[in-house]
Design a protein around this ligand. Structure first.
Ligand SMILES: [Zn+2]
Length: 301
């Protein structure tokens, strides 16, 4: 079976743990939307394009997470003419991948365990910042969707009736595996669900999960929305008794019966719990007090 799965005349994807979008240009070229985790996924993109007689011209990186940009380095080293596009802020993190394990370690020098390829990609230059709602890449005009929330300034891209939403939502089977869908900004994550629902494309490709037809979109977004809202409710429920961030995270973990396998998983989980606490604070549902235990979260209502 061909590596490249066709969606519409000009859009394709390489399916996998992370679906990688491919768009053809007018002159035998191709543009990749994300490149996967590492050199193996970079190599897969190259092989898929070779099979189809297409030459990679550009990469659009939707956000900085290592499983979306990890193939950039391999592709740029092997095809030095390829240019990378990414949204502002995300671009800085793509160029300086050490910043991800730093923020997951509360700004401190990261623990050695956080220096792994899932949290720290090789990094790559970003040649063009994406600021606009429409951009031209290698002669192809894309609609750019602002999809912040899961990551700081994540984007999706739309072309030829297909919307590549990156981690703007997850496939339902993926959601079941995660205790809390990773969030940087919960309010923005919920708002981005609405932005996706308003799109008129026929097909929607998440980074993780199955390609969706428009008919299935509302259901899948509803499943995502309830996973995020349930996470907020569980964080609020964990504050029956006040506690610091780690106490809250531990109670949520126990309530969800999650097994956290090691420091990276723990760091991501605590970060997501912190995002929900910030959200609940903005909503006026919780607040912080200082007592002999330190910085303590408690219910405001
Ligand atoms: Zn992500």
């Amino acid at each position: 079976m061909a590596l490249l799965q066709q969606i519409t005349e000009r859009t394709f994807f390489v399916p996998g743990a992370n679906n990688l979008g491919i768009i053809t240009t007018n002159d035998g070229g191709a543009i990749a939307v994300d490149t996967g985790l590492d050199k193996d996924t970079g190599r897969l993109v190259r092989k898929a394009l070779d099979e189809a007689n297409l030459t990679l011209q550009a990469i659009i990186s939707t956000h900085h997470h290592a499983d979306h940009v990890g193939g950039n380095d391999y592709l740029l080293r092997n095809m030095p003419d390829v240019v990378v596009y990414a949204p502002r802020v995300e671009a800085s993190l793509i160029e300086h991948p050490l910043l991800e394990p730093i923020y997951l370690n509360m700004g401190a020098q990261p623990l050695a365990a956080l220096h792994n390829k899932w949290l720290m990609a090789k990094g790559s230059p970003v040649h063009h910042l994406i600021d606009d709602k429409q951009i031209e890449v290698a002669g192809v005009w894309f609609d750019i969707l602002a999809l912040p929330g899961h990551s700081i300034n994540q984007i999706g891209v739309a072309f030829d009736g297909v919307c590549f939403v990156a981690d703007g939502f997850f496939g339902p089977a993926i959601l079941e595996k995660h205790g809390i869908p990773y969030a940087h900004d919960v309010h923005a994550q919920l708002t981005s669900f609405d932005s996706i629902l308003q799109r008129g494309e026929h097909c929607f490709l998440p980074g993780h999960g199955d390609l969706l037809e428009r008919d299935s979109l509302a259901h899948v977004i509803a499943v995502n929305r309830s996973a995020v809202e349930r996470s907020s409710q569980m964080v609020y429920a964990a504050l029956g008794e006040s506690g610091d961030l780690f106490a809250v995270a531990r109670r949520v973990q126990q309530a969800m019966e999650l097994r956290l396998a090691g420091i990276p998983h723990f760091a991501i989980f605590v970060s997501a719990v912190a995002a929900h606490l910030t959200y609940l604070e903005v909503e006026g549902l919780v607040h912080i007090v200082f007592d002999e235990r330190g910085m303590i979260w408690q219910r405001a209502v």
